[in-house]
Ligand binder design. Structure first.
Ligand SMILES: Cc1ncc(COP(=O)(O)O)c(C=O)c1O
Length: 403
């Protein structure tokens, strides 16, 4: 019988997956880690408090709103751990322990830290599956890490990972002087909008030669329907090489507060915590996140998700009524749609799509994203699902231009 603590897959170990200098790091410690009550003269904070104007009572809908945030102890450094937020995330995501969570300044910080813990600059490599989120490539370049690309299977807008090719590439790289140490799967994908089947992820996690991390970026998971998350591969199946990223930027509508989440084994989370800046999550961010994760916040969140799902169906139907929109590529699993623009013969027309993008932005002040230069996304505009009025407006303006 396999011991409960045996890694899964068996060849995986922190020593092989994480850079030596990172594993050897003694993390920054401060007196507040041990003592946080009494007269606090340990951290060179400002004893008089913040200098925000006190008369900041504002009127909102006829009510006075106190914007001085006096209850937040803004003159004090924030919690380095934010266990209260992690505790609420445990309930929301069915994860047993706060030690399975890392909090970053957006998922973008999590992505960068994942590079820094795994990839030796100029030596190790990362695998991505285009078309995909651009920050993986940007972070790779910043960290001097070569990108290996295995395109998604885009046939018929399937946008599915080519699992055999990925596994072959990982196995070959494992024999080379430049191993792949990190792999990003975006599910639901950006810009594909398409969920990756858990079986595909499992087939990559179980590659017997791969000694690096598999990262599943679930920024859009709240729009994919209940229970689609890869969290169950981590918690129920116990894959040690899996990191899942989520964020409050999308489903929770809190892009401005910058709160990204990594979910993994406590060992990998500890490594991320060791290298982060000590107080990366600010107190105002933490306070707003706690409100969003309160019972009232969660019911509003669920209501908003449902509205956006309804609007997504509406937008899809309306876009497809336009003769020049020849297809919606990918599955509708996120809060955007990829509308493919055609010519008069019904063939994808990249120039027309780009012209429409420019015209909408410059003349109509409706900004969508041109994705026609991405692999498998010829002539595509990525349209975020907005309010019903915004959906109507983008369809109207697109229809007028493409007529
Ligand atoms: C796939 C994907 N991951 C991560 C992010 C960034 O998330 P955050 O706002 O948490 O940095 C985005 C933002 O568009 C995204 O599309």
């Amino acid at each position: 019988m396999v011991a409960a603590s045996a890694p899964k897959p068996p060849q995986f170990s922190l020593e092989k997956a994480i850079r030596k200098n990172i594993l050897a790091l003694a993390p920054y410690r401060c007196a507040r880690d041990d003592y946080s009550e009494g007269i606090l003269l340990d951290a060179n904070e400002n004893a008089l408090g913040h200098a925000l104007p006190k008369e900041s009572k504002q009127q909102q809908n006829g009510h006075a709103v106190d914007t001085s945030f006096d209850d937040l102890d803004l003159n004090r450094y924030p919690s380095p751990t934010h266990f209260d937020i992690k505790q609420r995330l445990c309930e929301l995501r069915n994860v047993p322990s706060p030690h399975n969570f890392f909090l970053g300044v957006g998922s973008d910080e999590c992505i960068d830290l994942l590079f820094r813990i795994t990839c030796i600059p100029g030596k190790d490599r990362v695998l991505v599956c285009p078309p995909t989120y651009g920050m993986y490539g940007v972070c790779a370049q910043v960290n001097d890490v070569e990108v290996v690309k295995v395109n998604l299977d885009v046939e018929g807008g399937a946008f599915r990972p080519k699992v055999d090719e990925i596994n072959r590439t990982l196995s070959e790289a494992a024999q080379s002087a430049n191993p792949i140490k990190l792999l990003f799967l975006c599910s639901p994908g950006n810009p594909t909008g398409t969920l990756i089947p858990l079986d595909d992820i499992r087939a990559i996690l179980s590659n017997p030669d791969y000694e690096g991390l598999v990262v599943v970026d679930e920024a859009y998971i709240d729009f994919a329907g209940a229970d689609k998350s890869a969290v169950r591969l981590l918690i129920e199946e116990g894959w040690s090489n899996l990191v899942i990223m989520q964020t409050l930027s999308k489903g929770f509508g809190l892009a401005a507060i910058r709160l990204g989440i990594a979910i993994s084994s406590p060992e990998i989370i500890q490594v991320l915590n060791n290298i982060k800046a000590p107080y990366n999550i600010s107190t105002p961010t933490a306070s707003l996140a706690l409100r969003a994760l309160s019972p009232t916040g969660l019911s509003l969140f669920r209501q908003n998700i449902q509205t956006l799902l309804d609007n997504r169906t509406y937008l899809r139907d309306e876009l497809l009524k336009l003769p020049a929109i020849i297809n919606i590529l990918g599955a509708p699993d996120a809060n955007f749609l990829m509308a493919q623009v055609g010519d008069k013969d019904g063939k994808p027309d990249n120039k027309r799509a780009h012209d429409a993008y420019l015209h909408l932005a410059e003349t109509d002040k409706v900004v969508v994203r041109f994705r026609g230069n991405e692999y498998g996304c010829e002539a595509c505009l990525r349209v975020t699902v907005g309010t019903k009025e915004e959906c109507d407006e983008v369809v109207k303006k697109l229809g007028e231009f493409l007529q």
